[in-house]
Design a protein around this ligand. Structure first.
Ligand code: SAH
Ligand code: SF4
Length: 352
């Protein structure tokens, strides 16, 4: 199967406002109807054409008769962690599945981690999703629909305030799918998220980082994860194509809106990339840049034989960067008990 899925052109969740306007114009419907339908799909999260109650019965019937549908994904199993992180299995039309995670931020606010591909081609050695290989890209509608269906799984009164493309897949490998989803997510008539509440995380595809910067002013997170090409080559094969110096150049050139910072993610693997010398080299690489460093102690899964570093190692690493004046956070591990933490997403084979 191709990694580029075909778009069902008769699914309203895949259509942008211009496409809907063109369709309705060809049916002789007034232009404002297109915006009404678009808002039903993306703002109100309607799951059927019949739910769009301010449309005329005739228009609803025509949409249905012509074979239009709404909604691209279904929620399967929902797991809730003791820390109230929720992981949703997301079922796709072709039987494939991805996962999305709702992470509590306090104050009834949640951050949602979105998947952009079924599996991932980049083969980072420390990442469970990487072990699955890539089946296919998600369509724009499949990405956006993760947000729409997740709303029903929030606690009473809670909201999804931030979106991070940190679920399954490498978002910049599926560049068009991700840009298409951002167009709906950041559109005031669509999901209405400000660009500053949206973060795209990448393992470092340099040309696509440049294209992203020229296309939408979302936040960028780079998964650096090593301070020498030798170590990065070993844990992230993509580094052989785009080594650290080329990444740093792309980050320095990224057109960051005023008062915003890039995020540099750094997965700490015990004994591999977590020494004091690594922390100092990381500081050297990032000196003078508007960055926030996010340290992520490795979340274990069976197989690669890495270790999660001891807590005092994490603190020591943190202190060195702190002393150099960087803003550093250690990612609080959430959802570990339900395999919903970073790098743990992807269906597990069920025990026989
Ligand atoms: N493909 C993108 C986004 C998804 S991965 C990327 O690589 O950036 C999201 C984050 O999880 C990345 O920073 C990645 O380095 C990190 N990660 C992957 N596997 C991990 C694991 N087992 N433990 C902790 N972090 C992990
Ligand atoms: Fe893919 Fe990101 Fe996992 Fe690497 S860390 S295999 S790029 S999902």
């Amino acid at each position: 199967m191709s990694i580029r899925p075909e778009l069902p052109i008769k699914n309203l969740t895949e259509l942008g406002l211009p496409e809907l306007e063109a369709l309705f114009a060809s049916w002789g419907e007034p232009r404002f109807r297109a915006k009404q339908v678009y808002q039903w799909v993306f703002q109100k999260g309607a799951r059927s054409i019949d739910a769009m109650t301010n449309l005329s019965k005739a228009l609803r019937t025509r949409l249905t008769d012509e074979g239009y549908a709404v909604g691209r994904v279904r929620v399967g199993r929902v797991s809730e962690s003791i820390d109230s992180t929720r992981k949703l299995a997301i079922k796709l039309d072709d039987g494939a599945a991805v996962e999305t995670v709702l992470i509590p931020m306090g104050d009834n606010k949640f951050s949602q981690c979105l998947s952009s591909q079924v599996g991932c081609a980049l083969d980072c050695q420390f990442c469970y999703t990487g072990t699955l290989g890539l089946s296919r890209h998600l369509t724009p509608g499949e990405i956006v629909d993760q947000v729409i269906v997740a709303r029903a799984h929030l606690p009473e009164g809670a909201r999804i305030t931030h979106l991070v493309y940190m679920g399954m897949g490498e978002p910049l490998h599926n560049f068009d799918g991700v840009i298409g989803s951002l167009a709906r997510i950041c559109d005031p008539d669509g999901l209405g998220y400000s660009h500053r509440r949206v973060t795209v995380s990448t393992s470092g595809l340099v040309p696509q980082i440049e294209r992203l910067g020229q296309t939408v002013p979302v936040n960028l997170a780079l998964s650096l994860n090593a301070t020498t090409d030798e170590v990065r080559d070993a844990i992230m094969p993509v580094n052989k194509r785009w080594p650290i110096a080329s990444l740093m150049a792309a980050l320095r050139a990224y057109p960051l809106p005023p008062r915003r910072k890039l995020t540099v993610e750094y997965v700490l693997l015990g004994g591999v990339n977590d020494t004091d010398a690594d922390a100092r080299r990381l500081g050297d690489l990032l000196r003078g840049m508007a960055v926030r460093v996010n340290l992520i102690p490795w979340n274990p899964f069976q197989g690669p034989g890495y270790d999660r570093p001891a807590e005092d190692r994490v603190h020591a690493f943190h202190r060195i960067l702190d002393a150099q004046g960087f803003t550093v956070t250690v990612r609080v591990t959430k959802g570990l008990d339900i395999d919903a933490a970073c790098g743990q997403l992807g269906e597990r084979p069920t025990a026989a």
